[in-house]
Design a protein around this ligand. Structure first.
Ligand code: NAD
Length: 290
């Protein structure tokens, strides 16, 4: 397949490399990052998109997606599919889907989970919004870049699934960290705490798979000085997107709002910037109730 790839940073670079390794012809554009080996360089996003059957983007935010879409959509050939894999606000995904549809193009919002490790190893999970025909066209590419693609519904459904999942993740990570800090103060051994909770009703991905306590449970960023992993800054981005969506949909999300407020403080005022999002544990450990 002829593929254009726009935005080849930490995630997009290895995703494009996997497409090249599978034998696809990939033309890329990124204003700031060197393209991986085997990806042909285009002078701008429109030039990359011109002959492509599928245009994939992996960009920082919704505003940049909207500006890239404004360049790329008029350049694309009729019937081609624009597949945005960035994590962006639901409204931007829907707006770009509308523009693409008006121009006779397919559009998918297909954010991912799995991080840079998943991008490199081709084991991402894609959560996808858009119509059946576009999903069918891009499915062989999802199969190369990932291990699973869930078609969640119409345009915007992929972003909706992503931010709901990550809102649960942010809340459960905070709950897990504050519970460990309480257990410490009650004199409970962390290994015993893990043993009980990971097999009881307090279990979650945050506890069982990504345990925030060093030396306890499976290997996680806690065992590597809280080097990300999944950075607190990125969790904050996703929590803000969930609150933006909740406002727009008039949904009551008090725990999500509190998680967004705590990660805002952690990243902007405390020492959370650049650390893994599970570094909430040393934060709670160092505090009392005041
Ligand atoms: P990144 O900053 O490494 O990459 C983004 C790339 O987009 C950069 O190389 C940048 O130069 C490029 N870019 C910016 N403006 C552009 C433009 N106008 N045209 C073309 N390229 C442009 O970020 P990343 O970690 O690769 O994340 C990309 C997306 O994936 C984000 O939306 C992020 O939330 C999401 N995501 C990241 C992770 C992760 O672990 N890094 C996990 C899941 C989802």
């Amino acid at each position: 397949m002829k593929i254009a790839f726009v935005g080849l940073g930490n995630m997009g670079g290895p995703m494009a490399s996997n497409l090249v390794a599978a034998g696809h012809q990939v033309v890329g554009f990124d204003p700031a990052t060197a393209l991986p080996e085997g990806v042909d360089s285009a002078p701008d996003a429109a030039a990359a998109a011109r002959d492509a059957e599928v245009v994939i983007s992996m960009l920082p935010n919704g505003q940049i997606l909207r500006s890239v879409a404004a360049e790329v959509i008029p350049a694309m050939q009729a019937g081609a599919v624009f597949c945005d894999c960035s994590t962006v606000d639901v409204d931007s995904a829907k707006a770009v889907a509308q523009q693409a549809g008006d121009a006779g193009l397919g559009f998918l919002d297909a954010p991912v989970s799995g991080g840079t490790g998943g991008a490199t190893n081709g084991t991402l999970t894609f959560m996808v919004g858009g119509d059946d025909a576009a999903f069918e066209t891009v499915t062989p590419l999802f199969d190369i870049m990932g291990q699973k693609a869930v078609h969640c519904g119409a345009a915007g459904a992929g972003q909706s699934a992503k931010i709901c999942n990550n809102m649960i993740l942010g809340v459960t990570m905070i709950a897990t960290c504050e519970a460990f800090a309480l257990a410490d103060k009650l004199g409970l051994d962390r290994a015993k705490m893990f043993d009980v909770v990971s097999t009881s009703s307090g279990q979650s991905w945050s506890m069982n798979t990504y345990c925030p306590a060093p030396g306890v449970g499976p290997q996680s960023p806690a065992d590597n000085g809280y080097k990300p992993g999944f950075a607190a800054d990125l969790m904050l981005k996703d929590l803000r997107l969930s609150q933006q969506a909740a406002e727009s949909a008039d949904a009551d999300t008090p725990m999500g709002a509190l998680a967004a407020a705590l990660y805002t403080r952690f990243v902007e005022e405390e020492d959370g910037k650049g650390r893994d999002f599970s570094a909430m544990l040393p934060r709670f450990e160092a505090r009392g109730r005041g």
